[in-house]
Structures are given as structure tokens and as C-alpha cells.
Design a protein around this ligand. Sequence first.
Ligand SMILES: Cc1cc2nc3c(=O)[nH]c(=O)nc-3n(C[C@H](O)[C@H](O)[C@H](O)COP(=O)(O)OP(=O)(O)OC[C@H]3O[C@@H](n4cnc5c(N)ncnc54)[C@H](O)[C@@H]3O)c2cc1C
Length: 411
Amino acid sequence: MTATHDTARHAAAPHDVVVVGSGIVGLGAALAALDRGLTVLVVDRSPVIGGSTVRNFGHLCLTPQSGEARRHALAARQLWLRLARDAGFWLSERGTLVAARHVDELDLLDELALTRTDRVLGDRPEIERLDAAELSCLAPVAPGVAVGGALLPYDLQVDPRAAADAIRRHLETRGVHFLARTSVGSVSSGRVETSRGPIDAGTVVVATNHDLDQLLPDLADRHALERCGLDMLRVRVDLARPLVAPLLTGWSLIRYSAFAGTGAAEAVRSRLHTERPDLAAMDLNQMYTQLPDGSVIVGDSHRKGAAIAPFQDERIADAFLDEFRVLFRAEPVVTERWQGVYASGRDEFVVDEVAPGVLVTVVSTGIGMTTGLGLAEHVVGAHLDGGRDRALDPGVHTSTATSPLTESLTA
Ligand SMILES: Cc1cc2nc3c(=O)[nH]c(=O)nc-3n(C[C@H](O)[C@H](O)[C@H](O)COP(=O)(O)OP(=O)(O)OC[C@H]3O[C@@H](n4cnc5c(N)ncnc54)[C@H](O)[C@@H]3O)c2cc1C
């Protein structure tokens, strides 16, 4: 996004929906409004899409979600497939691989598989167990390291940097306005106060991720919102075979809610924490995704607080690389390092209507790529469909599109 005279002119113009934040949740909110024939302005203080949405693995990991997150993830899956087609970005439908290095991890996978019998996604089971030989045919894991694993065939993968920009361009071609380098200082019914002046809005959507505490501090406090900082690497490496799908390990099995909610999870957690207190102290989620250019994203560690120090401890990167060498028996060369930050709260989502027509949509754990589009459609779509938007021009409020989400959420 670049601020131009043209975009600045839009600051003065009223819009049916003004979205604060151009990450995946804000883009999803814009899409939900656009699908209902509304005029949309997305305001962001950054000159480019540069928040969590471009700093992640691009792993759309819907199978490991449960409850509300699973509902949003299922809805988001449809939207990702549609956007990849319409906006023309790379999306892989090859699922997720899990490398299990201990029998208790296989027990956990088996336990979850038994609960996933509803076949909402298709005829294949959601969790297909693999023995060690099958896993080694699908993943470049070193011989003898894994005792088996699983394929979660419905999960998706995108290149986060390419996908976010492609969605923005696609929305622009459909008429959404983007106003960059513009900070929002306050929101109220029908109005957004920005560093370029006030903007009138029918509906306001706040999609600011962890910076909710700057815009609506009381709400953030009520949800015990803080920041989670993560260390990430990108490496060049000669793997035994391509990593055709995101690869999770036992550390992921004690993190994502559906895995972590199994009875078997406690044994996995206690073993991993006893065996590797050093990695547990980093709150490791040892996982990998390979991008179309062959490079591999490696991560990640987690630390929480009101503020995240920008100084990355090199011992964390060393641990990532040591674990990489053991798992793949290959020598990675680091090409990029970065820190990501996302909102972390008591619950997985912060959803509120803080004043009439002022909606808050924040994913408050590290699953916003998986769930964010579905959350935005659910919150913004439901509000707009409920006819409670304070339209500036009632003439443009006739819905021109049927939302596939509405169908999938009610199915
Ligand atoms: C390292 C890392 C790895 C991750 N891996 C995954 C993964 O594999 N799968 C997954 O599902 N999720 C993953 N996540 C989580 C996911 O990336 C986030 O949950 C998601 O991107 C959040 O999207 P968002 O739109 O809420 O936030 P962001 O992308 O951060 O966008 C928020 C935007 O709001 C803007 N903003 C904030 N305040 C204001 C203001 N006052 N005025 C104007 N603009 C403002 C910011 O500039 C920013 O552009 C990961 C996150 C990180 C950091």
C-alpha cells in the first residue's frame, strides 16, 4: 500500500464500512462488507502489510482446532480457496504432516482421530495415521527419527507474504480503498479519527491485532490481552525430498487446542518437558513449512508480556538449527531472521461491539491465518446481515453476493 493523493482524498469521503488494520482479519472484514455490496475503506498506519500476517508460517491448520476456532477455520478454508482462485496466489491443498517421535504422540493422534468422524470436509478421514515407512515417503525426516505420524489432508498452506498482497490487490480491483500511513486514534459510532482527519463510517471494524490495547485499552484489559513474541528463521537447505506440506512435531501436539484437549496430551507434555526443559523454556512449537522457492520457514519460540523486547536471543536460533539437523539430517543455511508478534489473551478471540456499529475482531492466539477470514465473515457479516449497520447511503446496501460462509457455518 502506498499513500497517494488519490488514497488521501478517500480519507475525507464517507464509507459504509471503515476497517482499521490491513492484516488478514482486516482484509477478511473488507471482503465480508464488499460481498454485501458496501463501500469499504481499510486504514492502516503501516505503509505496507507488515504485521503478523506476513510474518507467519502460512500454515492454515484447521484440523488441530476445536470449538469456536474450528468453526471459524472451516469457514476460513472456503474463503482461502475462493481468494486463491480469484486473487491468483499460490495455495497448497496437500494438508499437514505430523512426525511423531514417540508412541505417546501416536496415541494422541489416534485419540483425536476417533472423535473426527463427522466427515464435514469430505470422504477422507481428517486424520490419516502413517507408519514410519509411510511418513518417510511423504516427508524428508531422517531414517529412524520418527515412529510414525499422520497426514491431516484438509489443511492448507499459503506463502503469507505473497497471499496478503494478492488479496489486497484483488480487493482494490473490486473497489475497496486502502489508506496507508494513517494512524487511527479513536473510534466511535459512525466515525474514525485518523492522523489525516476524521472519516465518517456506517460501520467501523477494529482489526488491530495486539495493538488493540492502544486503541481500546479497557477492552484489552478485560480480555487480559498481552503480546506474544516469536522468533523465526528462513533457511536454504538440501532436503532428502521436498517438504510437500507443513510439518508438525510433538511440540505442536501440546499446543493446538484439539490435540492439547485429548487425554493423551498430558503424557506427551510431561515427557517433552522432562526430556527437554531447555526447549520447553522457549515454549517451542517445532514446525516447518517449505515455500515454493524451496526455502524453509523454521520456528518458533514464544514469550509473552505487555511489551516484547526487540532483541532476539541467538541461543534460540541455535536450538532451532540443532533440532533441524536432528530431524532432517541436513545442514540449513539461514537466509532470514525475524520477530513476529501477535495478540495473546485469555480466550482465543476478542469479539465485541463497543459502541453501536463499532465491531472488534481480534484473534488472540497464534491461529489468525487459519481462522481470521472466518472470524471476520462471522462477526462483520452477521452484523451487516442483521441490518444494524448505519448506512450512509441506503441505496448501496443491497447484498449482491451470497456468502459461502453463511452456508458453511449453518451447515
Ligand atoms: C511468527 C508467527 C507465526 C505464526 N504462524 C501462524 C500460522 O502458521 N498459522 C496461523 O493460523 N497463524 C499464525 N500466526 C498468527 C497469525 O499470523 C495472526 O494471528 C494473524 O496474522 C493476525 O492478523 P491480524 O490481521 O489480526 O493482524 P496483523 O496482520 O498484525 O494486522 C494488524 C494491522 O493493524 C494495524 N494497526 C494496528 N493499530 C492501528 C491503528 N491504531 N491505526 C492504524 N492501523 C493500525 C497494524 O499496522 C497492522 O497492519 C503466526 C503469527 C506469528 C507472529
